[in-house]
Design a protein around this ligand. Structure first.
Ligand code: PLP
Length: 368
């Protein structure tokens, strides 16, 4: 089965091998050396003043960011399930919350965020997805961050980059907290989350909030190449292997360029066979198609072509399908996927098969 869901994503064979060694004790010089190397790679990937690894899924890092960096009112951008989650985290932790809600295909505008901040002086942090995975939507996070810092530099900008870090270069100049998770663009099993933090964020969080997710406690330990609690040793060993693999494969800029052209190729191929891209501003992490036959297409892709793509949640259940574009994906695998979609459409009687999807995919990818 080809796993083409936008998380979890496939784990490369060499990374699985690296994680198959005997369990290492986390309080040893051997593990500390691995931790240090991983941290050095992460500083290059995040471009932030500090990085922190947590043993949790991505949502744990979202909670850590909110409780440590928001002390009054959180403004969250809700154009999908993950954006909505930030608001729920704030309320669950006794914080106040206001949100900007849009349909899942619609990015928030800089103006909407500015207005919300001007209407509520208690907002001290803003949380937004760079790539909102619910509909495959790209929010203009860097522009929002810049505009808000010009109005009030003390407002913390929390950017969920779980399907963006490792997908495209992110300008972190005005971002205080950038979040990544292991099972999406980082090609690992679930269970590890990473936060990149600005010096201003570190000042604001002071002695930290919470216990397990107290970022001050973690930063103190991680600067000494250890963790406050038992480290997810196996996943960190896997992360180092991933980051070294990216480097050996030509570096992160090459991965960004490959992901960018892959995203364009998939989108062009599917539009050429009459399909419609759902988000108004698509993220590079995935292509999301809205279609009345979305459920049937997904089932046929799985049963007849061994391709597993994701569906939609809530009101988009059965209405969209999402194809992953994150990670080190062989060209021939994703070419197989777009071709399979075209055959499925012909089987559904929608369009005679003539190889258009594959042709357009290859023309875009190879620049013909
Ligand atoms: C997957 C995802 C999350 C949540 O991560 P979990 O690992 O499921 O906790 C948060 N934000 C975005 C954008 C995601 O894609």
């Amino acid at each position: 089965m080809l796993l083409f869901t936008p998380g979890p994503t496939p784990v490369p064979q060499n990374v699985r091998n690296a994680m198959s060694e005997e369990t290492m004790h986390h309080r040893t010089p051997e593990f500390e050396a691995i931790f240090l190397k991983t941290r050095e790679h992460l500083f290059k990937l995040f471009n932030t003043d500090e990085v922190v690894m947590l043993s949790s899924s991505g949502t744990g890092a979202m909670e850590a960011a909110v409780i440590n960096l928001c002390h009054n009112t959180l403004l969250n951008v809700n154009s999908g399930k993950f954006g909505e989650r930030f608001g729920k985290i704030a309320l669950a932790n006794g914080l106040k919350n206001v949100q900007i809600t849009n349909e899942w295909n619609t990015p928030v505008t800089v103006q909407e965020v500015i207005m919300a901040v001007q209407n509520n002086p208690n907002i001290d942090a803003i949380a937004v997805q760079i790539s909102e995975s619910a509909g495959g939507l790209r929010h203009p996070v860097e522009e929002i961050a810049k505009a808000i810092k010009e109005i009030n530099p003390n407002i913390m900008i929390i950017a969920d980059g779980i399907t963006a870090v490792g997908v495209e270069k992110i300008d972190v100049t005005n971002i205080d907290c950038l979040i990544a998770g292991s099972q999406k663009a980082l090609m690992l099993p679930p269970g590890l989350a990473i936060l990149g933090l600005s010096n201003q964020a570190i000042t604001k969080l002071g002695s930290g909030k919470g216990y397990y997710f107290n970022l001050a406690t973690e930063i103190k330990s991680q600067r000494k190449n250890t963790t406050a609690w038992t480290a997810a040793t196996t996943l960190i060993i896997g992360l180092l292997e991933v980051l070294e693999t990216i480097e050996k494969d030509g570096g992160i800029e090459k991965l960004y360029a490959k992901t960018d052209i892959r995203a364009k190729s998939v989108q062009n191929a599917l539009e050429a066979i009459g399909l419609h891209v759902y988000p108004k501003t698509p993220a590079k992490s995935m292509t999301t198609i809205d279609d009345e036959d979305a459920s049937k297409i997904r089932k046929m892709l799985k049963n007849e072509f061994s391709v597993n793509v994701a569906g939609g949640q809530d009101h988009l259940d059965g209405k969209i399908f999402r194809i992953n574009q994150m990670g080190l994906i062989p060209d021939y695998e994703i070419a197989w996927v777009v071709n399979a979609v075209e055959i499925v459409l012909s089987k559904l009687g929608r369009r005679a098969y003539d190889g258009t999807a594959n042709r357009v995919f290859n023309e875009t990818l190879f620049g013909k």
